[in-house]
Design a protein around this ligand. Structure first.
Ligand SMILES: NC(=O)c1ccc[n+]([C@@H]2O[C@H](COP(=O)([O-])OP(=O)(O)OC[C@H]3O[C@@H](n4cnc5c(N)ncnc54)[C@H](O)[C@@H]3O)[C@@H](O)[C@H]2O)c1
Length: 335
């Protein structure tokens, strides 16, 4: 907890004092959702950019601060970190040193070593650490997870494509997008990924902007991720084949359909599954705050965040594609 913040469960029974670090796209949404949650006092949002502070004040009607020190001086029990990924390590360690519980946006950090340091520092300090793999809280994903419970999963295919983001960060599609689906594959199968076969390409960007990734889990499931920033529209689809069912989910329209009752003559039945309406980010933040209040394990642990980042990193390291060399070759060809 912070200098003025909570620490003991008795103190956490009142409204939790929560802060947000980073007032960009995700941080503004965190602030908007937290401002509307019961039993939460949104202490404020930290961002070094005045324009971003102004925008978030208008959106969430809360105080803003230029530095983490200023937020901490107000007293916070918990924070969410939605600053650029390369700052997660430094900011997370600074919060943990103040005994503040934290939810770090995905991916946990830029490197596996940094992620591990965050996990062990949180463990030593006894603070709750959750990672923002928000897709787990998408009601369509929850419906798929429910539909495959107890089934013998054979294969999973996930498509996550769309246009280039308006602001290019310093990571490519594997770390930015595929890490969501690596987490889903691990969560659906409740197993570790033990083999990776990546194919990457940089068609336009300096970093990889197309990735076709194949995996095998310890439980024997084959999985495939198709992701890129070169599709003119957004699409997020998941299909899961089990021995008894074939499930198709559209994570954007939230329609989930299952085929079942396979007969020797090739016929089968089909039905739409019930899907909830929750805003994923709201459900995720409620889960984080529940873990803080109850002292129970968070829905997405730091170890899980590190494991997904490790697989994404392995895809980059084992691919024969070298983005810098490919970009240089492209420049030579154009010149
Ligand atoms: N869960 C998801 O679906 C999802 C979606 C988008 C982004 N993200 C993650 O959220 C994080 C932020 O992404 P974004 O798209 O909101 O980026 P963004 O660039 O829109 O926002 C980052 C903000 O952090 C601020 N910032 C920079 N240094 C800071 C510091 N020292 N302290 C506090 N704030 C600081 C920037 O001024 C900016 O306002 C990334 O880690 C990204 O991977 C997650």
């Amino acid at each position: 907890m912070s200098s003025k913040g909570a620490g003991h469960k008795a103190e956490l029974r009142q409204a939790l004092r929560v802060g947000v670090i980073g007032a960009g796209v995700m941080g503004s949404n965190h602030a908007r959702v937290l401002a509307g949650l019961p039993d939460v006092h949104l202490v404020g949002v930290v961002d070094p950019l005045p324009a971003h502070r102004t925008r978030v004040t208008e959106l969430a009607n809360c105080p803003t601060f230029e530095t983490l020190d200023q937020l901490a001086a107000e007293g916070v029990d918990a924070v969410t970190i939605a600053a650029p990924t390369h700052l997660h390590h430094e900011l997370a360690l600074a919060c943990i040193a103040r005994k503040v519980h934290l939810m770090v946006e995905k991916p946990i950090a830029s490197t596996v070593d940094e992620g591990r340091e965050i996990v062990s520092a949180a463990h030593r300090a006894g603070v709750t650490l959750m990672i923002g793999h928000v897709e787990r809280f998408n009601p369509a994903v929850a419906a798929i997870k429910k539909a495959i419970a107890g089934e013998d999963i054979l294969s999973i295919a996930i498509t996550r494509v769309g246009p280039f983001p308006p602001r290019m960060s310093n990571v490519g599609v594997v770390i930015d997008l595929a890490v969501h689906d690596i987490d889903l594959i691990r969560w659906f199968t409740e197993s570790d990924i033990i083999e990776v076969q990546p194919q990457l390409s940089s068609a336009v960007a300096e970093r990889e902007d197309i990735a076709l990734l194949q995996f095998r889990t310890a439980s024997g499931v084959l999985a495939h991720i198709n992701t890129n920033w070169l599709t003119p529209f957004k699409a997020r689809n998941v299909t899961v084949a089990t021995r008894g069912k074939y499930i198709m989910g559209d994570l954007l329209t939230r329609q989930v359909t299952e085929c079942f009752g396979f007969k020797p003559d090739g016929s089968y039945s089909m039905r739409h599954l019930p899907v909830g309406h929750d805003e994923p980010l709201r459900a995720e933040l409620i889960a984080f705050l529940h873990a803080v209040r109850s002292g129970t394990a968070p829905a997405v642990t730091g170890d899980e965040g590190v494991a997904s980042l490790a697989i994404a990193t392995q895809c980059l390291e084992t691919s024969s594609h070298r983005p810098a060399e490919a970009a240089a070759a492209k420049r030579r060809a154009v010149g």
